[in-house]
Structure formats: C-alpha cells, structure tokens
Design a protein around this ligand. Structure first.
Ligand code: FAD
Length: 470
C-alpha cells in the first residue's frame, strides 16, 4: 500500500463478500487505507460451497453503486437481463408481465462471479490489502481494535489490528453484530419466516439453448408456496422452491420419494420433467431458513459501523438484500464527499439515512411473499382492483407507479417513500372498491376521475409530481 496523507484514516473491513469488496473500493478511491479480512479462503482460488442462492438479481440501486466505481459494464458483461415475469398458473396456463418500459430489466448474475469480479478489482486498487482465512473473533467498540484468528495457519494464531474506522460487512450472521449485543442499549430482533428454501436446476439443452423462455423470471405461485426460476448466462436456470418448514405440505411432511414425486406432479406438472433430479435433490438437501434481522443502532462511538446484511438481513422476495446493501455503500460515498471526510458527521448521517430505508424494504419484502404466492388465488375483488389500476396507470403512469417499479427502477425514490406511496395507493383502492356496484361501473370515467383526484392530493406531493403530469 502507498503512503497516504496523515489526515486520511485507516479502515478495517470484516468480510469480503460483495458488500465488503465494493465498500473497500469506494473507500480506497476516497483515499483511505483499507484492510479487508475474510474468514473464508480466497474464492478466486478455492471453490467453496455456495451457501446462499447461486445467482442474484441486480436492479437500479445496485447499478447506481457499481456505476459510481466505474465497474457496471464489467459486471453487466457476465449478467443476464430479465425483461419480464412469466407466471405459470396451475390451472389457467401462462401469463406474461413486462418489468418496465422498453429495455428496462433486472439482471441475474452468479453470486460467486460477482464477488470474484469485485475482489479482482479490489486487488488492483492501490490502497487495499486483502487477507483471507482471517476470522474476526473480537472487537473493542471504543478503540476499533479487532482480533482475528488466522485460520490458514491452523495453529490458533490471533492478531490484533488497530484502525480509525471499522466496517462490519460480515453478513447475515455477523459476528460484530453478535458482539454488539453485549453493549449497552443495543436493540436486536430476528424473525424466522415459516418458509425455507431449496435450490434446484434446469440444465440447458445440449445445444446451449434454454428449456424455458429465456430473459424471463419464471414464477409458479401456489398459494402457500412458490417456485421461481432465474436464467443463467449458459442457458440453464436456477430454481428456488419456497415451502413451509412444517405443516401439511412442507419440508417436514414431504419425506419420502413417493410423496415428493406426487407433490411435483400435482403442483408443478409443467416444469417437473425439466428439473434435474428434483426428487433426489429435494430429499438430499437441507432446507435453508429465511429470516430477517433488525438492529439499532448500526454505528458505535462513530468508530464501528454495520453495513449490508450485517445491519439488515432481509428475506429475498423483492430481490433487494444486496441492492439495498450496495445502496448503503453508494450513499456512504456521497456522505464522505458532502461532509469532506468528517466521520463525526458522516456516520450519524449514514445511520439516519439508511436505517429507516432498510426497515422499509425489509417490511415490504416480507409482505411480498403473500402478494407473489396469492397470484394463485382466483379472488375476483383482487382481479378487479388490478384491472382498475392497470386502466388508470395506462392513462397516468407517473401518478401511479407500481411499488415494484419504484423499488427496481427508481433509486431516486427511497424505499421508505416507496412504502408510503404503496400504502396510499392501497388506501385509495380500498375507497374505490367500497363504491356500490363497483363490479358493474368500474369502466366509467368518473371512477378514474376520482382516483386521479385522490392520487393528486395524496401521492403527487410525495413524489414531487407537478400538476397535470400526463
Ligand atoms: C435465497 C436468497 C436469494 C437472494 N436473492 C437476492 C437477489 O436476487 N437480489 C438481492 O439484491 N439480494 C438477494 N439476496 C440477499 C443477498 O444475498 C445479501 O443481501 C448479500 O449477500 C449481502 O452481502 P454481504 O456482503 O453483506 O453479506 P455476505 O454475502 O453474507 O458476505 C459476508 C462475508 O463475510 C464473511 N464473514 C462472516 N463472518 C466473518 C468473520 N467473523 N470474520 C471475517 N469474515 C467473515 C463471510 O465469509 C462472507 O464472505 C438473497 C438472499 C437469499 C438468502
């Protein structure tokens, strides 16, 4: 590492996942000396078990952060664009829905490839030192001194590292966060979802073509459970089955070859023949839990900060855990600039800006499982409400952006604001659905005038939309 001016601090980052790696690059570019300590071996030379999902989707909030370090094109090169959702209903066949306008897409990329690319870039930065097989075991929240156990030596060797600032990017099971639970006035909550998940695969055809419509996010909503398939760049799909851990149809009850075969035949008849050994895989794999974590505060003594999943592990139903984490890094970069490297101001502002947004997307993600899986239900009120919204949005797209569009494609609208907008849309639609004979009169112009009036009153000021947006 090169010598830097004295006034720039020395930073320790625990965890070289995607967040630790991106943050290291951002801080190094801002002139800090960064040391990154990762408990696992270097993924560029060792193939390790994937752990979480095999692939991950990036949307605008992640791209914004990657563009900030000038690295978006390199990542995009290895990612697959997804332009639409294809919903495979059990009884009524396929239904397709575009994500956004024209070329708007979310992007699927291998989690390992993403981390490896970021690590390769971090390695090339002047002020970053990467250390693998170094597990953080202790931290002094006052001084910022961290203890690491050297796993490579296998001899229980420990070292102490001093730093001016410490960032804990050590993921959903963060050791730093667990140690913070021993500090005074630290609030912590962890909530397990009923659902767990296993991953299954659809291989590409022999000629490399895809067995399902490519460039699409496939979804099989089945009321209490859900199967999704994300495309990979080699023509294969990674599928995730979300299913209750216990209960009538669950990971616990489906415990024999006959029962699992019957389950796939009954609920996923169209995809069952395409999956690679789904019954064996289902029975062999351990179902992974899904949980969300909320903590307060994220910053200790303006010295040690939580970031990424360490601060806000959430469930993946909006595909936003990493997007939100990259947004943490991006906004921190903006604050470093705005406050001219004054960390006594940067860190409180970082916490204030990010905490309520992370809480908002975490709550939205949890609620979204019900929205996704409920697409299986033939609820005529829901269908009518959707038809009314579609008709209104076609006329007034700015006044009624869908929650999904804001989250995926409008990083200029915060997650917290997106949640407020969505609650107001719900309130307006509840009023509309209470109109007598709404099932008969829903096409009449006055219904849409009423929605426009209420949206202009309630939603336009939040989104800063001028009068007569159309
Ligand atoms: C099934 C599933 C699907 C998902 N899909 C999406 C998606 O499509 N889009 C999206 O945006 N998000 C998605 N997410 C969320 C996403 O995976 C996380 O938000 C993201 O991985 C967070 O990155 P991170 O770097 O904070 O943590 P991690 O990726 O967990 O990295 C933490 C790193 O810290 C290291 N570490 C841990 N403890 C220590 C220690 N004591 N000392 C040193 N190092 C340590 C770990 O080895 C690891 O390398 C999904 C999550 C799940 C479970």
């Amino acid at each position: 590492m090169k010598d830097l001016p004295h006034d720039k601090a020395k930073v320790t980052i625990a965890g070289a996942g995607p967040v630790g790696s991106l943050l290291a690059i951002i801080l190094s570019r801002a002139g800090y000396r960064v040391e990154v300590f990762e408990s696992r071996p270097d993924p560029r030379v060792h193939s390790a078990p994937q752990g979480k999902s095999i692939n991950i989707t990036l949307s605008e909030r992640a791209w914004q952060a990657l563009e900030h370090i000038g690295f978006a094109d390199q990542i995009r090169h290895f990612a697959t664009p997804i332009y639409k959702q294809v919903i495979h209903h059990k009884a009524s066949g396929l239904c397709q829905r575009k994500y956004g306008e024209k070329s708007q897409a979310i992007w699927s990329i291998s989690r390992k490839k993403l981390t490896t690319l970021l690590l390769e870039q971090a390695q090339q930065e002047e002020h970053i030192a990467l250390h693998f097989e170094q597990r953080l075991t202790h931290i002094d929240f006052l001084s910022g001194c961290c203890s690491f156990s050297d796993l490579a030596s296998g001899k229980g060797v420990h070292k102490e590292i001093d730093a001016d600032l410490v960032f804990a990017a050590d993921g959903a099971f963060s050791k730093v966060r667990r140690l913070a639970q021993e500090t005074p006035r630290f609030s912590y909550s962890q909530h397990y979802m009923e659902q767990c998940y296993v991953e299954l695969t659809i291989a590409a055809n022999a000629d490399g073509s895809a067995k399902l419509l490519s460039n699409a996010y496939h979804l099989w909503p089945r009321e209490n459970f859900l199967l999704i398939a994300l495309p990979n760049s080699d023509g294969s799909f990674t599928c995730t089955l979300y299913l209750n851990y216990q209960g009538e149809v669950s990971f616990s009850s489906l415990n024999t070859t006959a029962l699992v075969t019957e389950f796939f035949e009954e609920y996923f008849a169209d995809i069952y023949p395409l999956l690679e050994h789904p019954v064996t895989e289902f029975l062999a794999k351990t179902a992974n839990p899904l949980f969300l974590v909320s903590v307060d505060p994220w910053v200790f003594n303006n010295k040690v900060s939580l970031i990424g999943d360490a601060a806000h592990a959430m469930v993946p139903f909006f595909g936003q855990g990493l997007n939100c984490s990259f947004e943490d890094c991006y906004q921190l970069a903006q604050l470093i600039k705005d406050y001219h490297d004054d960390w006594q101001k940067i860190l409180p502002a970082y916490y204030k800006q990010r905490k309520n947004n992370a809480d908002a997307i975490s709550k939205l993600s949890k609620a979204h499982f019900a929205d996704l899986s409920a697409q299986a239900l033939d609820n005529i009120d829901n269908q009518l409400a959707n038809n009314i919204v579609d008709k209104f949005t076609a006329k007034q797209p700015l006044l009624w952006p869908s929650l999904e569009k804001i989250i995926l494609f409008q990083p200029e609208v915060s997650y917290a604001k997106a949640r407020e907008v969505s609650a107001l849309q719900q309130k307006i639609m509840n009023e509309i659905m209470k109109i007598d004979d709404i099932h008969q009169c829903w096409q009449q112009p006055w219904i849409y005038q009423q929605i426009e009036q209420r949206a202009t009153e309630l939603i336009a000021p939040l989104l800063k939309i001028p009068n007569n947006p159309s």
